[in-house]
Every structure is written in structure tokens, then in C-alpha cells.
Design a protein around this ligand. Structure first.
Ligand SMILES: Cc1cc2nc3c(=O)[nH]c(=O)nc-3n(C[C@H](O)[C@H](O)[C@H](O)COP(=O)(O)OP(=O)(O)OC[C@H]3O[C@@H](n4cnc5c(N)ncnc54)[C@H](O)[C@@H]3O)c2cc1C
Ligand code: FES
Length: 506
């Protein structure tokens, strides 16, 4: 499950596995995906009295939630002044209210269920990247205060010992936790409330209606009054949300620091891509300094090794106490063109099908917001955030429209891969543990040579809407540059929007 790179969370905690679904079921709500979004929705509805069944392709936290850095923040990483310009003051206020409510909801769930997950409330500091000016901070402070963060303030120095990062904005009452310990606790909360969670239960089709029907690869059907799709890249929607968001990979290194040498806070710079830093308690003597950044568009680069080095160097320059590298990992974020997640009715109008996607690098809070919002909507109530997160919304601000056009032009460019040569002409040049796309006649073939030297070939055509996948050296996976579907080295689907594995070679 953890993959070729291992997150600190998987390295330090194992969530007990849940059994596969082994019979047809009828339930009130079927949730697809056991990441933070799926479990937050399931927990909220189970507590509201609904009978809930959760199905996951793999196990709890095996997707992006197990690869997060778990900053819990109501300071938007795309910035309030940007959101306000694109979507207006009311949307900025609702966004602020919802992310604040999400951190409160997490704290409340920890208290109610009794979850021991290293949760802490702490300050977050936003400081300038070297090429940025304090004007950015001033703009953000004013917009964040207008949005509702009245206690945000400018400070003259970030509390980093041994490095002066200049003035910063301080955001009180942010949070952090150990995500897998949290998810394990929420899962127990769901089960205590009568819900069931099944791992190793891949969903292959979702049909709206009364009842809605979910079919698994094992041939079982779950009939449900409502289905909620929380597969990160939504498998219930072929086009609408995918045309309005783009997949980016982000990288993380964890470095050991002596306890007390770094102030326990969240740190972000204003770079693009930006750096994000936090601590995680390890033992009596040390903490892990978790440093993220170096993002790139999925399958557009394959140089994670260099990026990990740059990230580590960046951290060592600013945090002189940083010691050995404990681990490193990468993961994927879906960036919606107008900065906020898509949470609500499935956009194709399928009856009683709902989704949560478009995490925007703030999926800990967006996933939790899905729990609050979808509970209300499924219980038949209105909610003031429904319009803000509506998956069908279209933002008409020119900058965001230009972004949609740019990302979709890039998708169109990917189809040129059908006529380009393969990455290598001869499979003998593919080293053990590596994959390359080759051309064979009119076909593109994804070829992986395993550690024993055996070649494994699959069609390189992504099973979502047929872009050509690329090899990801760091994670030993085939990643799709168009909407972020991922397949393991042997072509087995790991994450949507694709549902089917890579096909056999024609
Ligand atoms: C490196 C990194 C750092 C991040 N840092 C932060 C941060 O500091 N703060 C923050 O708020 N956010 C952060 N994020 C974003 C956040 O981690 C994600 O947005 C969030 O975890 C997504 O949760 P999810 O439940 O939507 O998806 P996932 O956790 O990916 O869950 C989706 C689940 O669906 C399952 N699934 C997929 N297809 C199927 C199928 N066909 N059938 C059944 N199940 C299926 C998968 O197995 C998976 O378990 C970060 C992300 C990364 C990668
Ligand atoms: S993810 Fe859409 S074509 Fe591959």
C-alpha cells in the first residue's frame, strides 16, 4: 500500500485493514473512497442516523490522504485576495467560514470519538518567497480580515531560529494531526455508529436512481438511497469537474530535528509553487520537520530525485537544526480553476449521486467540509455553502476562464502523443524497475521491466478519455497527464477518474 516512496504517516502507523465486501447489500448511503472526504461524509451521516457502507479500492488512507502533510488551515493556499477578485467577497467569507468550521469539526470529532492523533492547535505563518514583496502580505492580510480572519496579524519576524525570513502574517488557531491515526479513529466512529467499511472493494460502476446502484469488481451490488463518490478524481463524472481542474504532483521530505529546536507552527511561503512546513512529534528526543513543495503538473516532469534534493537544501538553509532525512514521498493534488473544491450533486444529473473532488491542496479541510455540507444536502436541508462548492458552477472571471482554456489546451496537446515516437526504440534499454512508453506500429505501449528483468506490457492509453500515460520514476506508476488517473507498474488502476486498468496490448 505505501508505494515505492513512503509517507511518514505510513511509516509510523498502520490502519487495521477492513475486509472486502462479500455479498450484495442494501443501505441508506454508499460512500465510495475511504480517504478523509469519504470517511468524513460517512461519519457525519452515520451520526445523523443513516445506515452507511464505505467501499475502497484498497484500504483506509491508501490514497492521497495517506500522503498528505496534514496542515489544517483556514488560510487559503491560493490566497483570499485572489479568491475575492475571482469570486467576490461573499464567496471569500463563506470559504473562510467553511475552512474554519472544518478545523473545528475535526477537533470535535477527535473529542467525541476519543482519537489520539497528535492533534494540536498552533499558529500558521505566511512569509515572502525571495522574489516576492511585502505587498503580497499586505494584500492578503486585508482580504483575509475582510473574509473573517479578524485575528490574522502582521508580525515583523517568523519565529524560525537562525534564519530571518522577514515579516510575515500570523494566523492563530490552525491545526495539525497524524492523518492515519485520525482516519483510523473516524473509521471506528463510523463502525460504532453502525456503519460498515470494506477495503479491497473496487467500484466499477455507479448508476443513479431510486435506489442508486454501485457495482464492485467482485460482482456485488450495493443498493443505496444515496451514493457519495469520494475517489479524489471523481469516477462518477467523466467530463465536467475534470475539465475545470488539473492534477499536480507535490513532493515532501521529512528531516529529523531535535525536540524544541523548531517552534511548533505551520509555515508557508508565497512562492509558486510554495513551500509548506510543519512538525510531527516522533519520540522524546526528536520531531520530524516535514517540508513540502516543488510541485509540477502530473506526468509533465519526471525528475523527483532532483526536486527532493532542492527541497532538502531549501529546508537546511532555513532550519539549521535539520538532521538526517527520514523519508520522502510525493502525492497528487487536483487544482480547480477557481480555487475551491467541487462538493455537491453529481454534475451529470444522476439521481441520488453526489461527489466531492477538487481538493486544491487543502483536502484535509475540503474533505471535512464535504462531511458537513453533504450531510445537510443528503438530509434534505439547504446549506449556505451549497452554491460556493456546486460542482456545476462556472466562474466567469477572465483570469479563471483563461486558466480553464490553458489547462484544456494542454490536454489537447497530450493527444499529439499518439503520433510522436516512443521514449525509447528498443526495450533492451529499459533498466530493471523502470518503465518507458514505446511505439509499436500505430500503438503506444507502456513497458515495465520488473526487478527480475521480466517485461510487462500494457496499452499506454488511459482508460478515462484516452490520453497517453507517462512513467513516474519516483512512484513506479503510470500517470496520466490529462486528468491525473494513475496505474501501477503492471497497469492496475490506483486512482480515478479512470476506473478500468490499462488494457492489453492490441
Ligand atoms: C504531498 C501532499 C501534501 C498535502 N498537504 C495538505 C495539507 O497540508 N493540508 C491539506 O488540507 N491538504 C493537503 N493535501 C491534500 C490532501 O491530502 C488531499 O486533498 C486529501 O487527502 C484528499 O482526500 P480524498 O478523500 O479526497 O482522496 P483520497 O485520500 O485519495 O481518497 C480516495 C479514495 O478513493 C479510493 N478509490 C479510488 N478509486 C476507487 C474505486 N474505483 N473504487 C473504490 N475506491 C476507489 C482510493 O483507494 C482512495 O482511498 C496534500 C496532498 C499531498 C499529496
Ligand atoms: S485521466 Fe483523463 S484521459 Fe487519463
Amino acid at each position: 500500500m505505501p508505494g515505492p516512496t513512503t509517507s511518514l504517516w505510513h511509516q509510523t502507523f498502520t490502519v487495521p485493514k477492513r475486509p472486502a465486501v462479500d455479498k450484495d447489500l442494501t443501505t441508506d448511503v454508499c460512500v465510495v473512497g475511504a480517504g478523509i472526504a469519504g470517511l468524513s461524509v460517512a461519519y457525519a451521516l452515520a451520526r445523523a442516523g443513516k445506515k452507511v457502507v464505505v467501499l475502497d479500492l484498497d484500504q483506509i488512507g491508501s490514497g492521497e490522504s495517506g500522503r498528505t502533510t496534514a496542515h489544517l488551515s483556514n488560510e487559503l493556499d491560493d490566497r483570499y485576495y485572489v479568491l475575492e477578485k475571482a469570486r467576490g467577497g461573499d464567496d471569500a467569507r463563506h470559504a473562510c467560514e467553511s475552512h474554519t468550521a472544518a478545523i473545528n469539526r475535526i477537533e470535535e470529532t477527535i473529542r467525541i470519538v476519543g482519537i489520539d492523533c497528535d492533534f494540536a492547535r498552533l499558529d500558521g505563518y505566511l512569509f515572502c518567497a525571495p522574489d516576492d514583496s511585502v505587498e503580497t502580505l499586505d494584500n492578503e492580510l486585508a482580504a483575509a480580515q475582510r473574509a473573517g480572519l479578524s485575528d490574522a496579524a502582521r508580525v515583523e519576524r517568523v519565529p524560525i531560529r537562525g534564519f530571518d525570513a522577514g515579516p510575515a502574517l500570523r494566523f492563530p488557531r490552525q491545526g495539525r494531526f497524524h492523518v492515519l491515526k485520525y482516519l483510523a479513529g473516524v473509521a471506528e466512529g463510523i463502525e460504532r455508529a453502525g456503519g460498515a467499511i470494506h477495503g479491497n472493494s473496487k467500484v466499477e460502476s455507479i448508476e443513479g436512481g431510486a435506489p442508486a446502484k454501485v457495482k464492485t469488481r467482485s460482482g456485488h451490488t450495493v443498493k443505496a438511497t444515496d451514493v457519495v463518490v469520494c475517489t479524489n478524481g471523481a469516477i462518477s463524472d467523466l467530463v465536467v469537474t475534470h475539465a475545470k481542474q488539473a492534477p499536480y504532483r507535490t513532493l515532501v521530505v521529512a528531516l529529523r530535528v531535535p525536540k524544541g529546536s523548531v517552534t511548533d507552527a505551520l509555515y508557508w511561503d508565497t512562492g509558486n509553487p510554495y513551500h509548506y512546513v510543519r512538525l510531527q512529534p516522533l519520540d522524546d528526543a526528536s520531531d520530524a520537520l516535514i517540508v513540502g513543495g516543488e510541485d509540477f503538473k502530473t506526468a509533465h516532469e519526471d525528475d523527483a530525485g532532483v526536486r527532493f534534493e532542492r527541497l532538502e537544501q531549501w529546508a537546511r538553509e532555513r532550519f539549521p537544526a535539520a538532521g538526517e532525512r527520514i523519508t520522502q514521498w510525493t502525492g497528487q493534488c487536483l487544482e480547480p480553476n477557481d480555487y475551491l473544491a467541487y462538493i455537491g450533486p453529481n454534475p451529470d444529473g444522476a439521481k441520488h449521486v453526489w461527489l466531492a473532488t477538487g481538493d486544491s491542496g487543502m483536502g484535509m479541510t475540503h474533505g471535512t467540509i464535504a462531511g458537513i455540507l453533504l450531510e445537510a444536502l443528503i438530509m434534505g436541508k439547504d446549506h449556505p455553502w451549497a452554491k460556493l462548492y456546486d460542482p456545476k458552477r462556472i466562474t466567469l472571471h477572465p483570469r479563471e476562464l483563461a486558466e480553464v482554456a490553458k489547462e484544456n489546451a494542454d490536454v489537447a496537446v497530450q493527444f499529439a502523443d499518439y503520433v510522436t515516437p516512443g521514449e525509447v526504440d528498443d526495450v533492451s534499454t529499459i533498466k530493471p524497475g523502470e518503465g518507458r512508453v514505446i511505439r509499436r506500429g500505430i500503438h503506444k505501449v507502456a513497458v515495465y521491466r520488473d526487478d527480475d528483468g521480466v517485461l510487462h506490457e500494457r496499452s499506454a492509453v488511459c482508460t478515462h478519455v484516452k490520453c497517453i500515460v507517462d512513467w513516474n520514476t519516483a512512484e513506479k506508476s503510470w500517470d496520466c497527464p490529462c486528468h491525473g488517473s494513475r496505474f501501477d507498474a503492471y497497469g492496475k488502476v490506483m486512482g480515478g477518474p479512470a476506473i478500468e486498468d490499462l488494457g492489453s496490448v492490441p
